[in-house]
Ligand binder design. Structure first.
Ligand SMILES: [Zn+2]
Length: 154
């Protein structure tokens, strides 16, 4: 796994009012800034359920990379894994060469919490859950006007 040197110190991790820990801007971050890579172990999505059952991951910090591969920030991850979800985010994930990076969609002010839209979905037939289960198991409390009530995209 490649290690990205931390050249710019934009953020700090601390307790969030949204959920658990969060990532906050230490200073003004201009719109369009690449803040950092979302690091973690590449895992085959088909193995996630068994990894969860075997205690290798809690699946709390899993980011989808493509149809077959996910990135598990719990294993080899960096601060990016603590970024909370919002249905009205100020950051987004952009992928370059199969590597996800967190970018500022808008200018962030010092003290502002970073968030991106997790857009959770399960590809193919891996796991089928109902709309009600999505809201029950992966609830969103972001408080935005257009909150979907779930971390799922649909
Ligand atoms: Zn929401």
């Amino acid at each position: 796994m490649s290690q990205v040197p931390r050249l710019r110190d934009f953020t700090i991790v601390k307790t969030s009012s949204v959920h658990g820990k969060g990532v906050f801007a230490k200073r003004t971050i201009p719109k369009g800034t690449r803040i950092f890579e979302y690091m973690g172990q590449r895992v085959n999505k088909e193995n996630l359920a068994s990894d969860l059952a075997n205690g290798l991951t809690s699946m709390i910090y899993v980011l989808s990379l493509n149809e077959t591969i996910a990135i598990d920030g719990e294993r080899g991850g960096n601060d990016a894994r603590f970024i909370n979800h919002s249905c009205a985010p100020n950051c987004e994930v952009l992928y370059f060469n199969e590597t996800p990076y967190i970018y500022a969609i808008q200018a962030l002010i010092a003290g502002e919490e970073l968030c991106f839209d997790y857009k959770l979905n399960f590809y193919k037939e891996a796991i089928k859950i109902t709309a009600e289960q999505k809201k029950e198991w992966f609830p969103c409390n972001c408080g935005s006007i257009n909150c979907r009530g779930s971390l799922f995209l649909y």
